[in-house]
Design a protein around this ligand. Sequence first.
Ligand code: UDP
Ligand code: LCN
Length: 819
Amino acid sequence: MASAPALKRTDSVIDNMPDALRQSRYHMKRCFAKYLEKGRRIMKHHHLMEEMELVIDDKSERSQVLEGILGFILSSTQEAVVDPPYVAFAIRPNPGIWEFVKVSSEDLSVEAITPTDFLKFKERVNDEKWATDENSFEADFGAFDFQIPQLTLSSSIGNGLQFTSKFLTSKLTGKLEKTQPIVDYLLTLNHQGENLMINESLNSAAKLQMALVVADAFLSALPKDTAYQNFELRFKEWGFERGWGDTAERVKETMRTLSEVLQAPDPVNLEKFLSRLPTIFNVAIFSVHGYFGQADVLGLPDTGGQIVYILDQVKSLEAELLLRIKQQGLNVKPQILVITRLIPDARGTKCHQELEPISDTKHSHILRVPFQTDKGILRQWVSRFDIYPYLERFTQDATTKILEFMEGKPDLVIGNYTDGNLVASLMARKLGITQGTIAHALEKTKYEDSDVKWKELDPKYHFSCQFMADTVAMNAADFIITSTYQEIAGSKDRPGQYESHAAFTLPGLCRVVSGINVFDPKFNIAAPGADQSVYFPYTEKEKRLTQFHPSIEDLLFGKVDNNEHIGYLADRRKPIIFSMARLDVVKNLSGLVEWFGKNKRLRNLVNLVIVGGFFDPSKSKDREEMSEIKKMHDSIDKYQLKGQFRWIAAQTDRYRNGELYRCIADTRGAFVQPAIYEAFGLTVIEAMNCGLPTFATNQGGPAEIIVDGVSGFHIDPLNGDESSKKIADFFEKCKVDPSQWNVISAAGLQRINECYTWKIYANKMVNMGNIYTFWRQVNKEQKEAKQRYIQMFYNLIFKNLVKTVPVPSDEPQQPVAKQ
Ligand code: UDP
Ligand code: LCN
């Protein structure tokens, strides 16, 4: 199948499929008869292939059928709906590109259908009445985007910033007057009411252009390092305000860039100029759920990598803002606020404190605002799945606090996860400010058919609220930041998390015929990094945190079983393979223990150490965590792992964790991330930063972080035998030639430094804030129209759904596991 010819670019499935079916008519008729046998149903790709194998049991005949275009079409089919006598296919020849057809099983005729028709086919399986009701509610967010240019190439998805600069350039190109939007925009820039860049005396492109010529001549005569203050007064007379630069050289550079843009706009100069503008000083970041704190929170329910990400993001963002503000010649303090919920029952954390300065920053804080109900402040933690009833009031209370604290509006608001993104959208609309969203992980793709089966899943997960909130936020956002390409548009075989919101249906509630378009230029990939003061290479001997070595020695090799570790390593000369995660089903740590148990060769070569959860299932309140703990104990007994496996409870000290990765590297071991699915995978980049060769799941972000066989290795979480063999092969090779280990370790580090650092991230993030703020202004009318539609959707659909989510009494809740 892999060798099947791709469709020609000009061809579509609908053009190719009739001939392809005709050529294998005999087999296909039988195949379709088989598909129809069980009546109406949704079939996934693997079901189609399995049933085809039953019908065409001769291998060579099967490969003949699958060799051509038909093989390609079938291999690109994500799902099909059997609705006798038809089978409707959803075919995805390339990331983000879908075609829908219905095939008659009687004569194999093929007809193109719309995404809406396909959704109706799906709905008929569970709710025929809704599917056939002509007035079922359809949401079409794409209807408002007709004026917005979209990308066309799958390979360009996620490069929104560059595309937006190109599009803006085309809007500004022509006579000088076409650049007036730049002038109008510059006139809006201010800090606490004080004009920046220009004042009203330069209110036309022609005046600005002239003034730039005069200023350029003046600056050319000055020593490069002349401070702006030395010529500020003269510039003010000419209509210029502060913000162009801190020295004559910087001011001249910025002015030249603008002059070139006014003369003949080009995307490179436009992007450069907009990125230099003093647009962002105050940033509000929402991360509502969980226990958000700086210490002792990891390991609590719903509290994982998102917290690590945001705290590191704030540090890098503040450093970037400070640098830019200095270069702009301004004397302004940037303020970053992370707004989260205040939890009175803080369980030993600081989550009941209203304000907390963020360590290693100068001006950034965590601001905690409580959830209010009719009965007063909600004391206990609530699962992120049950959080919806509090969010509107939280937004109002948080907005008041933010305005008070910042003494004005933030310039940029960033949401995290569904709850934070919804709150960010509500606040951004109210204050008229630029909004960015970050998902970390969208829930929808994690559960099969979670849209059509929403009624079944709603009591536990409230997905109807979640998918509607996500759709509102992604449409309201000015830009969307993702960690990887796959998060937007998946891979060749697997649709992306955002892509799964392109068209979906909640029968009985809403058919979203156009939810989000992954070709929208609002999508940008900005991958996070790991804090390099914590996660640095094992080779940097002088920086090593040797004070932790005695406790790490005990963690790894101490002989007694206690609350912190169980099991022991008899032969400490062997390298260690190591994993660390929350003990969720999807993280698959129990799977790794089983792979290890089964593979004798691997067990002879290495020891296994796992950090995660704790050991007594009766102490867990979380059903899935309990079952994972049990599975771990079962594998220890079944495979008799004593002497070869060490299980360490969840660890919260990241400095010691950093040193732990390095101590594992000292044993010339490896990190293994075996998740069934991982949205990004911070542990993968932490390990690679420490120079630890890494094997990580090929399902999700790690498939993109690691170049297989070069900077680490991919493993298939659904094929444990193959994965453990791959790990064993590596260690066998290293035994013969130890330099193999060094090669992978060094290439992992190189990959990180080229693509996954917070410095790269922060630079991109501030550029996004600047450029999309300008774009927002230029695109004001279209944005306004769409906002009205989103608002209607929020009020008429979302707010009603929220009423179905119970508000807890004061009893502590049973948490639902994060997957
Ligand atoms: N982590 C930790 N102690 C643990 C398990 C995990 O400090 O016992 C940290 C880990 O170092 C990483 C984060 O929690 O920084 C997990 O992020 P990741 O993206 O791997 O997964 P998530 O928990 O967000 O799904
Ligand atoms: C959530 C996840 O599930 C992880 O894959 C990410 O690394 C983390 O958030 C940070 O974005």
